[in-house]
Design a protein around this ligand. Sequence first.
Ligand code: ADE
Length: 263
Amino acid sequence: MTLGIVAALHEEIADLLAEMAPGAHVEHIGMRDYYVGKLHGHDCVIVLARIGKVAAAATTTALIHRFDVRELVFTGVAGGLAHGLAVGDVVIADTLTQHDMDASPLFPRYEIPLLGRASFNAESALRDALAQAARDWLAEELHEQVSAEWRAQWQMAAPRVHVGQIASGDRFVSSANEVTLLRGHLPQALAVEMEGAAVAQVCHEYGIPFAVMRTLSDAADDTAHVDFPRFLREVASHYSHGILRRFLRSRPAHPPSHPPSRP
Ligand code: ADE
């Protein structure tokens, strides 16, 4: 069973790629490099989707059709939306919505036309395994991999893991005004990013279990664009690699295809 690992930015998968490199091969399709190999005993395909919903949807479709991926995890950063969340927290999606989908008055706002739904659920076992891996990594490895100096700079006192709604759209949200609007329209949304709900829609349409993990890099407010690139380099790359490594190690390498026979 092959797992697809997808990110929008190189930093988010660079360390995983280096870890997989020795036995991996690369296939170049549709202007993307798909790295096929094994990670911690699992058959994996790692790919940089690039930014935005179309890029994410196209990459997800190729993973399913060309690489026979049967499960998918998206990793990356997001802007925090909900009150009480902080830079350095991790948000794991339980449901995802495209905040820029609006075909009203033909269809209700956010509903994907002709699909009859406005949100997509992450697969519960993948979601829970990622959330546990994130909690364990924060408790046991964060302090080793992200220096005290950087944690202080980013005011990361005690990062936490949250499970809830993620909103996706083709817009880097970087104003307090827009945050207020999004909070008003999608009061349950914890974080905003630019790919997750597109991956979710494609996985839903093909019946592929998926999960989305996001490290909060900014508060989606007027300073978001300043924080974002530095945070990616100094902090988020460690989160992605560390949490996914724990996630992969926590899963049986070759799940039995049949239940064990009775004695
Ligand atoms: N990814 C990280 N921060 C983001 C933001 N503020 N808006 C959209 N996507 C993001």
